[in-house]
Ligand binder design. Structure first.
Ligand code: NBY
Length: 832
């Protein structure tokens, strides 16, 4: 081998400072094609990412080969969303070469932090559901579980949010514009996916009735692989994302005249399939393109899973012993009908056997109880787009209802609730029912949510299959959300208890005894202050508002949604503003209210609440009479990268959804782990956070889920009475309705006021207002006592170990998937 080539091979693996530096200089010239003098920050980012990528390829291949050789049982996490964020810091930290990389860049005269800033955010998700999928990828790799992610390589991730005159405006998010150094295109990994056409019945070789799907349109799914580095870099798993390609007919067909341009246009239309992520985080639009996206990635993934299985097996009997497929919500639930189709139509498996295999292979996670968020595809659309699947769904339904009929004993209402088809109005396929029926396990994402699933949406199914529903309380990865996002606190923790917590977050419990240690408290405060300074600088840059670093940072960051009640928060802010103006001589605890979050582009009420927050902020922030004791900011374009700056800097964590409506929440976990105290309702995982951190270390307020249910059922709730009896609430609402915050358009907020009064206040903002204000007061009072506040903050961090997604993922592995850790064999390294 050419000596120079050989030395480069070795260089690609070198983890020391010199080796990294030489790699960087080599990559910049030979792959990015730039001279060091001409290189931009982005060029350096690509350079460093490519050099780091070199260092994980060997172990990535070792991991894949080990799984293959051992024919290990794999888990496939099917998700329409992976909210990944940036990968450079993550890859460096998990490979354990952050310091070496920083030094190598130093020697070239560059700062690692600047290079990191040039990476765009991979925003292939809306919110909690997508971020959970990303945390799970990190945990599967860190726990050495053979886990694959499957999704769509959207060309445009979640829109970029800007504020224009205080209103949200959406811009396309072009994360791939300058190329993506982390992905490996696999042009040879292509699967056909069909749409439309019709079903033909025929007799198979033994004279049985059989079906084939004919005259369909065909799209190709092409794979792009991204390595997923586990902590320590030993296991490197794969995230495989599909991109739509037109079939070769378009490229090589023979055309005459106009047909050529038509064909090219058709190609562009076909490839729109993977163009953009749908920006709704709760309501289902019922759009045909969305259904096609769901089927597209699910079908390609299943074909890939079966191909991998067939490398070692000649029939499908042991598929459930070799593959577990997890459905992240119902978005990939069409996979149940698709696996039936592949087994029965393509591989000649009998129906009953195929059904047993399917059920034993799939499991389903539910993320919401909101009725408007439960997917239900019009039968007429499904018949047109996926005619064979519609037949299969009818068949599954008929067999199931037949079986249930015996036990339903004439209870037709019950049977119609169990049906896969909603027969009311235009007929629809209930994807939740399909997912439930086709899975051996169905889970909720917090203890409360799982209980409510049993009592509400899946009550009838639960009676039918009492063993199927189980709980898997969400978690977050401590690597990204503490180790990487919060270097000051991470260093402090490690200085006291070692760094074992990064891999095993339960060890963080050992900090609890430090809560009474004055020196530790001082250092904990210092770390928090450093993070608050960083956030204050970010706020100034993004909004132009100067905030006091020593004020109470009161943080609500999440998608904008009425059930999450940003409105309750801003109403309390107005009430506090009034109190401060009324009592100028009182020494107020300075408060900074920090909001961030996107609204779905068509969700007018949520967008109006954004405008309200911006309008209130403008008035309050410019009013000299509150002496800077209250500042309100709404940060634009909340994403994973912004969250990494915000979470470590928060003092107070707002988790104030109407009880019973937030399935779990995961921002609540990130904030508490980073030492924020929670102010929250007994909703989602807040209930379990209270159990872990202790009720003295959390501010709980408001109606419980049960009380919410009873209050709504009684029909006796009248928001007008509540408003009339609470002067500070009434005053806040009057200010909004008289245009104090919108002098240019005094009626602007009429829809909000309407919803709170005549609309019946569905989210019970008025009902919880007074209790919420008291809890806020308690938080402000406690904040005066910095020692006591810090003590509680430390106890929050120390007691959040259970909320690691490593714990969650191991529960899935043992209780749902029966998948076990597999240690990759690294021949290249054992040789030397
Ligand atoms: O999933 C969230 C829940 O609201 C939150 O409580 C939970 O912690 C989290 C993880 O389990 N759900 C969520 O983020 N949902 C979506 O993002 C989403 C996206 C798309 C659609 C529906 C929901 N859709 O129908 O298109």
């Amino acid at each position: 081998m050419d000596a120079r080539y050989k030395s480069r091979e070795i260089e690609r693996r070198s983890l020391d400072v010199d080796g990294l530096k030489r790699s960087f200089l080599e990559w910049l010239v030979y792959s990015v094609g730039k001279d060091a003098r001409a290189a931009t920050r982005r060029d350096w980012f690509h350079t460093v990412a490519l050099a780091v990528r070199d260092r994980l390829v060997d172990r990535w291949m070792d991991t894949t080969r080990t799984y293959y050789q051992q024919d290990a049982k794999r888990v496939y996490y099917l998700s329409l969303e992976f909210l990944i964020g940036r990968l450079l810091t993550n890859s460096l930290a998990n490979l354990g070469i952050t310091d070496q990389c920083r030094q190598a860049l130093d020697r070239i005269g560059l700062n690692l932090d600047d290079v990191v800033e040039a990476e765009p955010d991979a925003a292939l998700g809306n919110g909690g559901l997508g971020r959970l999928a990303a945390c799970f990828l990190d945990s599967m790799a860190s726990e050495a579980l053979p886990g694959y992610g499957y999704g769509i390589r959207y060309e445009f991730g979640l829109f970029e949010q800007r504020f224009e005159h205080g209103w949200q405006v959406e811009y396309p998010e072009q994360w791939l514009q300058f190329g993506n150094p982390w992905e490996f295109p696999r042009p040879e990994v292509l699967y056909p996916v069909q749409f439309y056409g019709r079903v033909e019945e025929f007799r198979d070789s033994v004279g049985e009735r059989a079906y084939r799907w004919v005259d369909a349109e065909r799209v190709l799914a092409m794979a792009y692989d991204t390595p997923v580095v586990g902590y320590g870099g030993d296991t490197i798993n794969t995230l495989r994302l599909w991109s739509a390609r037109a079939t070769r007919d378009f490229n090589f067909g023979h055309f005459n005249d106009g047909a050529y341009m038509k064909a090219v246009e058709q190609k562009v239309l076909t490839e729109n399939l993977s163009r953009v992520l749908y920006p709704n985080d709760a309501t289902e639009g019922g759009k045909e393109l969305r259904l096609k996206q769901e089927y597209f990635f699910t079908s390609a993934s299943l074909q890939d899973i079966l191909r991998r299985y067939l490398q070692h097996h000649s029939n499908f009997d042991s598929l459930p012993d070799k593959a577990a497929i997890q459905l992240n919500d119902t978005h990939p639930a069409i996979g149940i009908a698709e696996l039936m189709r592949l087994l029965v139509d393509q591989h000649g498996v009998t129906w009953d056997k195929a059904w047993d295999i399917t059920r034993a292979t799939f499991s389903y996670t539910n993320h919401t109880l909101l009725p408007e968020a439960l997917e239900a595809w019009p039968v007429r659309m499904m018949e047109r787009v996926l005619p064979r699947h519609m037949q299969i769904i009818y068949e599954i339904n008929a067999k199931f209802l037949n079986r249930s009929k015996a036990r339903a004993a004439g209870d037709n209402a019950r049977l119609s609730r169990l049906s896969l088809i909603d027969e009311r109005g235009d007929r629809r396929v209930r994807m939740g029912n399909l997912a439930f029926l086709g899975s051996h396990k169905v889970n909720g994402v917090s203890a409360l949510h799982t209980e409510l699933m049993k009592q509400t949406v899946f009550a009838d199914f639960h009676a039918e299959f009492p063993e199927r529903i189980n709980n898997k309380t969400n978690g977050i990865t401590p690597r990204r959300w503490l180790h990487q996002a919060n270097p000051p606190l991470a260093a402090l923790i490690t200085s006291r208890i070692g760094n074992g917590w990064i891999k095993d977050l339960s060890q963080i419990k050992a900090l609890a005894e430090k809560a009474d240690d004055l020196v530790f408290r001082e250092e904990f405060r210092r770390a928090k202050r450093k993070n608050k300074k960083r956030l204050a600088a970010y706020i100034a840059r993004q909004t132009g508002v100067d905030v006091q670093v020593d004020s109470l940072f009161d943080v609500q960051v999440k998608r904008m949604h009425e059930y999450k009640r940003q409105l309750l928060n801003i109403l309390q802010a107005i009430a506090l503003y009034n109190e401060m103006r009324d009592n100028p001589t009182v020494s107020w605890v300075p408060v900074t209210k920090i909001f961030a979050g996107k609204a779905a582009p068509s969700y007018h009420m949520a967008k109006l609440i954004i405008k309200l927050i911006n309008d209130v902020a403008k008035v309050v922030n410019h009013d000299p009479s509150v002496h800077d004791n209250l500042k309100i900011v709404l940060l634009p374009n909340y994403n994973v990268t912004a969250a990494e700056i915000i979470m470590p800097a928060a003092d107070l964590s707002e988790q104030i959804s109407t009880a019973g409506m937030e399935a779990s929440g995961t921002g609540n976990m990130k904030l508490a782990l980073n030492g924020a105290l929670t102010i929250g309702t007994l909703d989602g995982a807040n209930v379990e956070i209270r159990e872990h951190v202790g009720e003295d270390n959390i501010f709980i307020f408001g109606l419980t889920a049960e009380e919410v249910n009873d209050l709504r059922a009684s029909g006796g709730f009248n928001p007008r009475d509540v408003i009339a009896s609470n002067p500070s609430l009434k005053r806040a609402l009057d200010m909004i309705s008289t245009g104090v915050f919108s002098p240019d358009d005094p009626h602007r907020y009429h829809p909000i006021l309407q919803a709170l009064t005549d609309g019946g206040d569905h989210f019970l903002v008025t009902a919880d207002f007074s209790d919420y204000c008291q809890a806020q007061q308690a938080a402000m009072d406690l904040y005066r006592d910095q020692e006591e506040w810090t003590r509680k903050a430390i106890l929050n961090t120390a007691n959040m170990g259970w909320f690691s997604s490593d714990r969650t993922i191991m529960e899935y592995a043992t209780e749902i998937w029966d998948v076990h850790p597999v240690k990759p064999e690294h021949p290249a390294e054992t040789e030397t």
